[in-house]
Design a protein around this ligand. Structure first.
Ligand SMILES: Nc1ncnc2c1ncn2[C@@H]1O[C@H](COP(=O)(O)OP(=O)(O)OP(=O)(O)O)[C@@H](O)[C@H]1O
Ligand SMILES: [Mg+2]
Length: 355
């Protein structure tokens, strides 16, 4: 049944009203769902009236009564006092069908027409309503799953932030002051020199980890300044000339900001590790639909085609991880490289996924 194929709740509700029309025909109809708090019914789709968005708080309305009874209510002719609701006008035929799945009541379908459509049609509509209930339930579960995945991602983000803070405020200052102590001890023995050199390396590695995890600068300064600072640090260390052409990316969500930062820093790390470059260009460009970050170097380059379509080298995870991270933002990574001709890594993300 088509109802099972709806891609979104909105589409599902429209399909249900369409199917209802095929089943019983109507002058007007609406579909309402119980809102998240469970204290109101909201009209999600309507035909023959402009009720969409209307809220019906919990109360004596027919819709709420049908939900509470978990059974359809038919109204014909003059208002029935047994329903406890006073009608100001007569109703030729109205049917209120609750959407029920297991113990849950999800909403109602309301139908108004000129007369009774016949018991068979009503029976058919009830079967339809059951199917619709299942489809809604499934969609809700799917929505929960997506929400859950999103939460997991932001939990990971939160862990990274905490780790970054610990490294930055806890470990890094200890290493730096140990290094300073050793230097000021003015003992010129070989073991002390070795220890000093090791500490220097530990400091550098801590900085690198901080750079890939989430630097405080990303929160304080935003993507452009943080990225630029990371690139300058690396340029100083590796001795590149750095050229920057960076547009303002506009407002970014936390996720988008840290994804872009991490992927770009990973590209810069690769330049440092593999390229032996003289010049590196970092560009951030806003097009109508996309945000692009280019990291281009004039170093060794590499033969991308030897690793197949995706240009991923087995056993090496940098480029793979970059692609995976970008996929969460609907983005992609383009690698352009040739031995001896340098490398350009282009990060492309649709702008509507950045906020
Ligand atoms: N800018 C670059 N210049 C030259 N070669 C590069 C550059 N970027 C990537 N490569 C090549 O692509 C390979 C794959 O890169 P990738 O980042 O996936 O792995 P890695 O850097 O080797 O290891 P990992 O990132 O997992 O520590 C590298 O081993 C290197 O040969
Ligand atoms: Mg790498």
């Amino acid at each position: 049944m088509r109802i099972g194929n709806a891609a979104s709740p909105e589409e599902l509700f429209e399909l249900m009203l369409e199917a209802t029309h095929e089943a019983v025909g109507y002058d007007s109809a609406s579909l309402m769902t119980v809102d998240a708090a469970g204290d109101a019914l909201i009209v999600r789709a309507a035909r023959g009236s402009r009720l969409e968005g209307t809220r019906v708080p919990v109360g004596p309305s027919i819709s709420w009564q049908a939900l509470e009874r978990r059974a359809p209510i038919v109204i014909e002719g003059p208002a029935a006092p047994s329903l406890g609701t006073t009608y100001t006008k007569d109703v030729p035929f109205a049917l209120c069908l609750p959407l029920v799945v297991g113990a849950k009541t999800l909403g109602v379908i309301n139908v108004n027409r000129g007369g009774h459509p016949g018991d068979d049609a009503v029976a058919f509509l009830r079967i339809l309503a059951d199917q619709a209930g299942f489809a809604m339930e499934r969609m809700e579960l799917y929505g929960d799953l997506q929400h859950f995945t999103g939460q997991l991602l932001s939990q990971e983000e939160e862990h990274r932030r905490r780790l970054a803070r610990d490294l930055h405020d806890g470990l890094a200052p200890i290493l730096v002051s140990a290094h300073a102590q050793l230097q000021s001890a003015a003992v010129d023995s070989e073991p002390v020199q070795k220890a000093t050199a090791l500490l220097r390396r530990a400091i550098r590695e801590t900085r690198e980890i901080l750079g890939t995890v989430r630097p405080a600068t990303l929160d304080d300064l935003g993507l452009v300044a943080a990225l630029s600072a990371a690139a300058r640090d690396m340029a100083d260390e590796a001795g590149w000339t750095l050229e920057e052409a960076v547009d303002d990316p506009g407002p970014l969500s936390r996720e988008a900001e840290s994804t872009l930062y991490r992927v770009a820093v990973e590209a810069l790390n690769n330049v440092k590790k593999h390229a032996a470059a003289h010049e590196v260009r970092l560009a951030l460009l806003k097009t109508e639909d996309t945000l692009e970050i280019d990291v281009a170097d004039d170093g060794h380059g590499f033969a991308t085609e030897q690793w197949g379509e995706a240009g991923i080298r087995p056993g090496h995870f940098g480029l793979l991880g970059m692609r995976e991270r970008l996929a969460f933002l609907g983005g992609l990574l383009k690698v352009q490289s040739k031995p001896g001709e340098g490398t350009t890594i282009r990060i492309v993300v649709p702008r509507d996924r950045l906020r």
